[in-house]
Design a protein around this ligand. Structure first.
Ligand code: ADP
Ligand code: MG
Length: 267
């Protein structure tokens, strides 16, 4: 028998339109996503690449249940999220976690690193006392930060260290899927590489799947299994990372690749 992997997350024909403010007495609409199909497999990375406004964050917000698609289906762990109410969605919501672009905004400046890292465990009422402290230390080890940092405040850490804290917190509930929205865009290039290395290591060790959103094909090319290129809400390219990098089908992808240093594609 041939076994085929079942996606942890799948979109089928997902569309999303936003209503725009009335202009000159007319209601406008903006099609943020159109006919989006995607599959994310357990333990693998789907990169979604596109310039600002192409609909990347909207796709992540739909996966998290923060936006409802107008059309289409969203499957997570075999359940159609578009058919679930809040009560049905909550246990699944624990299994996917968001990491945002800006680790400053993601961490409350008044809370210690300990408070931030354990926050999901506390809010889901899973651990307390000694067990919580143990979990915090383990999470710091996972992201290669000294446990002494647990007593510090976010402003005492560098951008890269703060992003490690955000990743540690996202891992606290042992999710199957991390939604990474431009996770390294706010960081220096050298630090970007370190965070991407960490993400790859965590994927190897924990088997967690990623949707890695970026406007920069160079950033994601090396770590993705699949690449999906979005332009104005439409998919212009979708394939294995190797296919997309070696033989891009769309002119637009070729333009993105040409913008990558040292990766010019012959015309
Ligand atoms: P990206 O993350 O790729 O930069 P977004 O998904 O944030 O793109 O946005 C896609 C498009 O949808 C943009 O034109 C944006 O202005 C629009 N948009 C996103 N959210 C809303 C909203 N809540 N209301 C109106 N327009 C929105
Ligand atoms: Mg965005």
């Amino acid at each position: 028998m041939v076994t085929t992997a079942v996606p942890i997350l799948a979109f089928e024909g997902v569309g999303k339109t936003f209503r725009l403010p009335y202009v000159k007495g007319q209601a406008g609409v903006h099609q943020a996503l159109q006919g989006l199909d995607l599959q994310v497999y357990p333990g693998q990375t789907l990169a979604i690449v596109g310039e600002s406004g192409s609909g990347k964050s909207t796709a992540l917000r739909i996966a998290l249940g923060l936006e409802k698609p107008d059309v289409g289906r969203v499957w997570f762990a075999g359940q159609d999220l578009t058919q679930l109410d809040w009560r049905g969605f909550r246990p699944l919501r624990q299994r996917m976690q968001l990491v945002q672009q800006n680790p400053f905004a993601a961490l409350d400046p008044r809370f210690t690193i300990f408070d931030s890292v354990v926050e999901p465990l506390v809010s889901f009422g899973l651990l307390k006392g000694r067990a919580l402290e143990h979990a915090a230390r383990e999470l710091m080890d996972r992201v290669h930060l000294p446990t002494a940092y647990l007593d510090r405040l976010p402003r005492e850490l560098s951008g890269g260290q703060r992003q490690r804290v955000a990743i540690a917190r996202a891992l606290a509930l042992r999710p199957d899927l991390l939604l990474l929205d431009e996770p390294v865009s706010a960081l220096d290039v050298s630090v970007q590489a370190q965070i991407l290395d960490l993400l790859e290591e965590l994927q190897r060790e924990l088997g967690v799947a990623y949707v890695l959103v970026s406007h920069d094909l160079a950033v994601v090319a090396s770590v993705a299994h699949q690449v999906l290129v979005l332009r104005q809400g439409q998919t212009v390219e979708h394939g294995t990372a190797e296919q997309v990098l070696r033989a891009p089908a769309a002119d637009y992808t070729r333009e993105l690749l040409q913008a990558v240093p040292g990766r010019g594609v012959a015309a």
